[in-house]
Ligand binder design. Sequence first.
Ligand code: KG4
Ligand code: ZN
Length: 333
Amino acid sequence: MSITLLAIESSCDDTSAAVLRDGEVLSNCVANQEAHRLYGGVVPEVASRAHQVNIIPVVDLALKDAGVDKSELSAIAFTRGPGLLGSLIVGVSFAKALGLSLNIPLIEVHHMQAHILAHFAEDPKPAFPFLCLTVSGGHTQIVQVNSPFDMAVLGQTIDDAAGEAFDKTGKMLGLPYPSGPVIDQLAQKGTPKFDFPEPRIPGLDFSFSGLKTAILYYLQKQVRAEPDFVKDNLNDICASVQERIVTILLKKLRKASRQTGIKEIAIAGGVSANSGLRAGLKAMGGKEGWNTYIPAFEYCTDNAGMIAVAAYYKYLNGDFTSQSVQPAARLPQ
Ligand code: KG4
Ligand code: ZN
């Protein structure tokens, strides 16, 4: 009998639903929330209200795209955390209600583990053990992945996440939220000619808040001397910021690979959509003799397809969740 899963992701500002059958993602639908652009960041209250509006149409679309009727579902998977509590509540409550009405089990999924397991949605798939640099709006981690659910965090940010560094710099530059993709686009037209400082953080941990402050002070100083500095140099500023963030990430990844001897290297999370990081990883991989794995764009940013893939492994292990489950804003890896 085939295994058919519906997965729901609502941890931040995107409402997503996906259908998977026997390990293959049949549909992966995402409703973005444009409202946050007005505020320059995600407003939790606005996000949960929009999830409430979007969730039924997105689930209907995912089932329709997959050509699956809900009576065929074997289980409902959902993101339990980490994320914004008000956003998670919408997805978790929806999954519980649908599971109850169809009398099928629930499967809770850890959002960050799902970002990593997104690599198993399509070929080529990394071999275990592999290292995964997980870079999103809320996380920056180097994870050693020994099996689908045996993961060890080797290093992580002590302050801002890499995505936050992109988004907060974008805000200083007057760019719309989320700024990561916008900076990426502009950087491709610029030259990294401004030298922003590289933090000295021991071990495999990261820090981005000092970089953010350095960029702010530099821009303020330049603008005092030349009011149009940002406008006149926007592409070069973006290229410089992106290059610095990418080198910080890749140098730590290289250190982790040399320390562990692992040469299967993957990246995951929203920032793995960044063209500079993707190109830089391939270049470093060539020099270091790595096999590198970069997910397709649709599996980089938040999506329910990755939740479905993680849930499939749990289904095969018989790892189900009771109806009394609560969402968790913080959830250790
Ligand atoms: O994984 P994700 O969709 O959501 C979280 O779980 O946080 O990541 C969102 C983050 C945002 O900070 C966004 O600016 C960043 O990923 N991002 C990018 C790019 N696309 C998305 N950052 C740099 N370059 C991109 N192309
Ligand atoms: Zn995410």
